[in-house]
Design a protein around this ligand. Sequence first.
Ligand SMILES: Nc1ncnc2c1ncn2[C@@H]1O[C@H](COP(=O)(O)OP(=O)(O)O)[C@@H](O)[C@H]1O
Ligand SMILES: Cc1ncc(C[n+]2csc(CCOP(=O)(O)OP(=O)(O)O)c2C)c(N)n1
Ligand SMILES: [Mg+2]
Ligand SMILES: [Mg+2]
Ligand SMILES: [Mg+2]
Length: 331
Amino acid sequence: MATPPPSGEFGRISRYFKPLAAGFAGARGLRDDAAVFGLPEGQELVVTTDAMVAGVHFFPDDRPEDIAAKLLRCNLSDLAAMGAEPLAYTLATALPRDLPEAWLGAFVRGLAGDQERFGIGLAGGDSVSTSGPITLSVTAFGLVPAGRALPRWGGQPGDRVFVTGTIGDAALGLEIAYGRLDMPDAAARDHLLRRLRRPDPRTGLGPRLIGLATGALDVSDGLVADLGHLCEESGCAALLYGDAVPLSEAAVGAIDGDAARLALAITGGDDYELLFCAPSSATETLASLAADSGVSITQIGELVPGRAGTVTVLDAAGAPLPLARRGWDHF
Ligand SMILES: Nc1ncnc2c1ncn2[C@@H]1O[C@H](COP(=O)(O)OP(=O)(O)O)[C@@H](O)[C@H]1O
Ligand SMILES: Cc1ncc(C[n+]2csc(CCOP(=O)(O)OP(=O)(O)O)c2C)c(N)n1
Ligand SMILES: [Mg+2]
Ligand SMILES: [Mg+2]
Ligand SMILES: [Mg+2]
């Protein structure tokens, strides 16, 4: 019997998506109506969804490989924020009919690279056409020891506030992409743009925060806004030391002492770093965890009693720093 050449919706699924699902048995080869998989004893399933829309989360002419990486990594960052190990993901694509086939090939290559890198497999998905912009959604599944998922609401006054990696690179990268920030230093410019397009989800660190962090989330909307979310759920307030926020060398160069750019760095979002609180007794263990993992962990503030969700940003002199906004809000 002759095999028909791959074309149309099902040809695309066979050609592009089946290879991505080959390593995950629960995907049933993308031949069934749904995926089926069991969980190891003593583990719970962590489920998160994040969607991305051209023009909102990325530029329509960004490289499809980068769009794929960002899509997966945003979701992996949420798994890390829960303390979960990546397991599998589903993918929904809404693509314009006239999108070149090569776009899909490159997008799938981006997914394949990150599947390998982060140890995650495709479990299934859906393919539809749209008359609007490219719209993509991933649901990621992760595993966490039963009852140990990191909540946003465990913080208490007296806890210290920590963040991984560096903050503000992506927001400054977005300024460059929009042509609002000129960076003559090519290496610094590339670093900021890379952090915007291919964030570094802290999948190695997240699970190791179980037993240390009392509350955790990842920074997507902006450091100040997301600290506000942590505080809201924990029923307390926070002080954020502006001059303690870890900045990359490239970000320091881009900010160049400008208060508005520093404000952008701590409110611009797209960081995909972990923000968490822990009692002071955890400080030494966190330092060795950082040394071990090669990802920095910096104390940037503390939780204090006060109206739930209030974040006061202090400058180097300890004076409150006024901010026009705390972070990204879709509406
Ligand atoms: N359309 C929706 N339907 C159901 N739950 C949603 C929806 N949008 C957001 N949520 C839930 O609201 C919470 C906050 O969402 P969000 O700010 O997007 O979290 P994150 O920044 O970690 O992705 C999450 O628990 C998320 O699952
Ligand atoms: C073209 C473009 N414009 C603006 C942004 C900035 N931006 C868009 S959405 C967003 C917040 C994070 O996205 P969201 O959908 O809120 O993710 P979640 O908080 O659910 O993880 C940011 C900072 C961008 N990344 N690309
Ligand atoms: Mg979300
Ligand atoms: Mg999150
Ligand atoms: Mg958001």
